[in-house]
Design a protein around this ligand. Structure first.
Ligand code: FEO
Ligand code: CA
Ligand code: CA
Ligand code: CA
Length: 559
């Protein structure tokens, strides 16, 4: 791939051209008819507008303190944390990641359902299993595994904003948990490992939404709990055990995991989409075409794996269509289509096997190895597809970058594209290891970082100067346009995940995942956030509000 790094001047000229165009709001931000992109300041009076204009977008210094720090103009409150009751039966799961707010009524941006992914557990906190004890792996009990399976998957909670404060409606009939044991339909004609129903979802990292207002939750590191099926040179299969050891108690094949899962938030009904391939799905970002067919972008977050897109052949289908993988060197989408590929026919028995072993199929077709594709967002102004490449330490890429894909003629179903590096991580740009992305109403790009807990703040490692993981924004308009500005710093060992704006653009939902992850002794945890009485760190979803959020969402009008 021709690596093109935009400098700030080029970026400004690129954005300047775009900023006179129409802002195409992300789905659901455009869903609320009480606000529009041309009137995103809503009811703000002249005085408030002037106040926002004067508010600087101040860079927060990097910090290693154990707290959630915010730049001037922002405040936060904890909405829900691990263990909170959502109704009489169920509690909020662990390690929250992707969040998504779906209003129940398009005319009311302050009342709706919040979906939250629960990616994985820290056994010491959740099941009491201490992985640091010798031979402990053999001694994880079935009860402990059951507790862990309960704490992954996702939560649906009804939330409302009252007098500026978001609250969970405990015991709302729509509140529910999806867990590692929830039965799921399979959207495919052939059984997978002889099953037509799968049990549970896990490793739910990021996700997306559909135009028909369901949730896509993506199964990423499923092999950590169910292991993986490996094939030798003679195509003989063997089982590589998981680190969590769930398969000791449940005989669920790894082939039932590593899919994009669709959840209907109103009913809780779940289905796995085989046509989108099986790998460590980070996220799934959908765009609807004029004829109602859909295009789904999804990346495989593993060193030197790939970027994919599914293009449906029928309106609204996540089954009928073709899965492609990116050759970013030549700007081509390569079809994983057994029927029309002799190399795939030679190596796999049918299309189902191609999809189950998508990584191998992609490599046979000549897909480009990427440095761990994470979140994918579509620029609401230019339509460009932005992909976080978090890092690839094996290849000496410690700080990652953000890749930009421009589809030929701006058509999402195009088979050719242009790839370039939009922004490189590193000291010069002030961020490292980009992960989640979100565009707001004004087209500002918000980025979270994910330096690993074991590497952060370690003397002699390249992450030292970045201190704790953070939330950054790249303003689109005004004198700060193109700068990477740190606006929040995470508690110790944590990463921010799942940024999602409320429909009126006045609140940012944000997950605080794995605070205190380096803890080895419950009496002496490495973080105490969110500073509960028990001093045990807890993953939680926070709401961030304040003048700066309002300013950013109205920036195209204020500057
Ligand atoms: Fe779960 Fe790739 O982050
Ligand atoms: Ca991630
Ligand atoms: Ca995102
Ligand atoms: Ca990550």
């Amino acid at each position: 791939m021709e690596q093109k790094v935009y400098d700030r001047k080029e970026f400004l000229s690129f954005l300047g051209k775009a900023s006179i165009g129409l802002v195409i709001l992300p789905p659901l931000l455009q869903g609320c008819s009480n606000d529009s992109s041309s009137n995103s300041t809503g009811t703000l009076d002249e005085e408030a507008l002037e106040r926002l204009k004067q508010l600087p977008i101040k860079n927060l210094e990097a910090s290693n303190v154990d707290d959630l720090l915010l730049t001037e103009g922002l405040t936060y409150s904890v909405l829900i944390r691990w263990g909170d009751q959502i109704n009489d039966e169920d509690t909020f799961g662990f390690n929250n990641d992707f969040t998504c707010f779906i209003p129940l009524d398009d005319n009311d941006p302050k009342d709706g359902l919040l979906w939250v992914n629960h990616e994985y557990v820290h056994s010491l906190f959740v099941s009491g299993f201490d992985r640091n004890k010798l031979d402990a792996h053999q001694h994880k009990t079935k009860d402990q595994v059951d507790t862990e399976m309960y704490n992954v998957g996702g939560s649906i909670v009804r939330i409302k904003e009252e007098e500026g404060v978001w609250k969970v409606m405990q015991n709302d009939p729509l509140n529910r948990r999806i867990t590692g044991k929830t039965p799921m339909k399979v959207n495919w004609d052939n059984p997978i490992m002889e099953a037509t129903t799968f049990i549970g979802t896990n490793s739910n990292c990021s996700g997306g939404i559909t135009p028909w207002k369901t949730i896509l939750t993506c199964e990423e590191n499923y092999d950590s709990v169910w292991g993986e099926t490996l094939y030798d040179i003679d195509n003989t299969a063997s089982h590589e055990p998981s680190s969590a050891g769930w398969e000791k108690f449940y005989n669920y094949p790894p082939e039932h995991y590593g899919w994009v899962v669709e959840i209907d938030p109103m009913t809780g009904e779940a289905q796995k989409h085989i046509a989108l391939g099986r790998f460590a799905h980070e996220c799934c970002t959908l765009r609807e075409l004029d004829d109602k067919r859909v295009v789904a972008y999804t990346g495989d977050d593993k060193n030197s794996e790939h970027l994919y897109k599914f293009v449906s052949s029928k309106p609204g289908s996540l089954k009928e269509g073709t899965l492609y993988v990116a050759d970013t060197e030549n700007g081509k989408w390569l079809a994983l289509d057994w029927k029309h590929s002799s190399v795939l026919q030679k190596n796999f028995k049918d299309q189902t096997e191609v999809l189950i072993r998508a990584r191998e199929a992609a490599k046979l077709l000549g897909a480009t190895e990427l440095n761990r594709p994470e979140d994918i967002e579509i620029d609401p102004i230019t339509g460009g597809v932005f992909v976080s490449l978090t890092n690839n330490k094996e290849k000496g890429d410690f700080h990652g970058s953000i890749l930009k894909i421009e589809e030929s003629n701006g058509m999402y179903d195009a088979l050719t594209f242009k790839a370039s590096t939009y922004k490189a991580g590193g000291e010069e740009n002030g961020f490292s290891c980009p992960d989640n992305l979100a565009f707001d109403r004004s087209g500002n790009l918000w980025i979270t970082s994910d330096m690993s807990g074991s590497a952060m703040n370690q003397e002699g490692l390249p992450y030292m100067n970045f201190k704790n993981n953070s939330l950054f924004v790249i303003p689109r308009h005004g004198s700060d346009a193109g700068k990477v500005i740190r606006v929040a710093s995470a508690p110790k060992d944590a990463e921010f995940t799942g940024p999602w704006f409320s429909p009126d653009g006045k609140s940012l939902f944000l997950s605080v995942q794995h605070p205190g992850e380096q803890t080895t002794d419950l009496d002496n945890p490495s973080s105490h956030w969110p500073f509960d009485e028990d001093r045990i760190p807890k993953p939680a979803v926070v709401t961030i509000q304040g003048d700066l959020i309002e300013k950013m969402n109205a920036l195209n009008e204020l500057t």
